[in-house]
Design a protein around this ligand. Structure first.
Ligand SMILES: [Zn+2]
Length: 58
């Protein structure tokens, strides 16, 4: 519950977690990137490919 509240009030600061390729693009509704908030850990799909990120599909 405490974690939930933290996320609720977090001013998310997203960093690229990994790029999305292949079949996973369809499963992610066409998104090409997974982002993660460095403060609360919330994950969010969105944006284009991040060329500096070498991780693929998690
Ligand atoms: Zn956050």
């Amino acid at each position: 519950m405490k974690k939930f509240l933290k996320r609720l009030f977090c001013k998310h600061e997203f960093k690229t977690l990994y790029n999305i390729h292949g079949d996973m693009i369809n499963r992610c509704n066409g998104h090409r990137r997974m982002n993660k908030c460095i403060k609360c850990g919330k994950e969010k799909l969105g944006g284009g490919l991040e060329p500096n990120c070498k991780r693929v599909n998690g």
